[in-house]
Design a protein around this ligand. Structure first.
Ligand SMILES: N[C@@H](CCC(=O)N[C@@H](CS)C(=O)NCC(=O)O)C(=O)O
Length: 205
């Protein structure tokens, strides 16, 4: 069975939602405390030198990291979880999937550990990356043309990011006020019966 190393509510939740949507069974290994020196960090570092979650160990022993890579891997066997290849929606899906992890996710890398990157001005770095993240979410809001999912009538793996990231800064009230379409997608994911257990285990609900 696939193993997901993670912490409830952290980025591992995104992978848990994706695997659950795909009907892929996994076991969850809680590495709470991995971002500080200690046994959890030592355990995770052996698998992923960046020491980030999600980190997966696949059934064949391969280590898989990067939430977008997990999504693309799942699509090999579950193509229904993204727009069909060869369509304009597929191009937009690929663009926004990579955009999310290339642009939004790094703002957390810097803002969550600002003293690592700017020991002389950690509060300033947290504030500036937070403001930048809001501009990114506002742009993403403009890209959403469909309901109830980002690409229309069928959920895609990209939708899995929204309920998780909505829990993080700038938090749900900001999304409700400034990005109502993203907020509605996050609500729709949270309403899916098959995701209730995962969402609760990760304190999204
Ligand atoms: N690009 C990675 C980012 C993963 C990531 O940054 N995870 C955060 C937790 S939500 C983390 O482990 N941060 C610890 C660190 O960067 O040191 C992905 O898409 O999965």
């Amino acid at each position: 069975m696939i193993q997901i190393y993670g912490v409830p509510g952290y980025g591992s939740t995104i992978s848990e939602l994706m695997l659950t949507l795909a009907g892929v069974r996994y076991s969850f290994i809680n590495v709470d405390g991995y971002d500080k020196p200690g046994p959890a960090r030592e355990q995770l570092e052996k698998l992923n030198p960046l020491c980030q979650v999600p980190t997966l160990v696949l059934e064949n022993g391969t280590v898989m990291t990067e939430s977008a890579a997990v999504a693309l891997m799942l699509l090999d066997d579950h193509p229904e979880l993204a727009p069909a290849p060869g369509t304009p929606e597929r191009n937009r899906f690929l663009r926004l999937l990579v955009w999310m992890v290339a642009n939004v996710y790094p703002t957390f890398t810097y803002a969550d550990y600002p003293e690592r990157w700017a020991p002389g001005a950690p509060a300033q770095l947290r504030e500036s990356t937070g403001r930048y993240r809001e501009t990114l979410y506002r742009w993403l809001e403009q890209q959403v043309e469909a309901t109830p999912w980002m690409f229309g009538q069928d959920i895609s793996l990209l939708d899995c990011y929204l309920p998780v990231m909505r829990r993080w800064t700038p938090h749900a009230a900001w999304f409700a006020q400034h990005t109502p379409k993203l907020n509605a997608i996050a609500d729709a994911v949270c309403a899916l019966p098959e995701l209730q257990t995962v969402l609760r285990a990760n304190r999204i609900l």
